[in-house]
Design a protein around this ligand. Sequence first.
Ligand code: SAH
Length: 238
Amino acid sequence: MSFDTTFLTLFPEAFPGMLDVSIIGRARDQGIWTCETVDIREFGEGKHRQVDDTPAGGGAGMVMRADIMAAAIESVERKNRPLIYMSPRGATLNQAKVRQLASGPGLIVLCGRFEGLDQRVIEAYDIEEVSIGDFILAGGEVAAQTMTEACVRLLPGVAGNEESLEQESFETGLLEHPHYTKPRNWKNRPTPDVLLSGDHKKIEEWRQVQSLALTKARRPDLYASFKLNAATNARPKD
Ligand code: SAH
């Protein structure tokens, strides 16, 4: 069974886009996931197939019409997939959410343009809003590809080394330790001795220390919840 994705967009030519390269592209060739687009324009009205209109209450920009979006949504076979609207107002995507989505049957993703969707369609179809961060893009397509790439690389058989996935930033609750490779000495910057020692236990300890220090310095929020979890897990159960 494949992970089936459907993107509702005014720019179907943007897909698969970045999702066609490297391991994600290969995974699609292998049938691990599928990529379908629905051209919202086809559901537009009149000679110009208009999909948007001026905002009720006035103001700048245009809003994507509820009735047009509804017709586009209803043309898609749901197949138990979550219906997601990429939106800066949604909950910010994180690795836990990516894991949850990747363990499901696939995604149906609405890519907004202009000022976004009429609120009524979001409510009527109980659409989940997902943001990729606190900034504004010109449209939802790049955001949709970002979320999909994060999901697909977790699917079995996609990443070469499944073990490396578990060690990554956020999976352990911490940022990952720094990496080094050859040459051993570069511009008077030697590779840390411990990494060349062959002592796997010491290397693990060093990486853990680095990981903790980096997280504490850069992401005090992650560090605090990591410490809290560690304390909770260590407490004897009653
Ligand atoms: N007026 C809206 C922004 C519209 S940007 C607001 O202020 O909230 C146009 C479209 O780009 C949105 O409908 C959404 O689909 C997409 N988009 C923009 N920024 C995004 C983000 N950070 N995450 C996910 N999608 C985003």
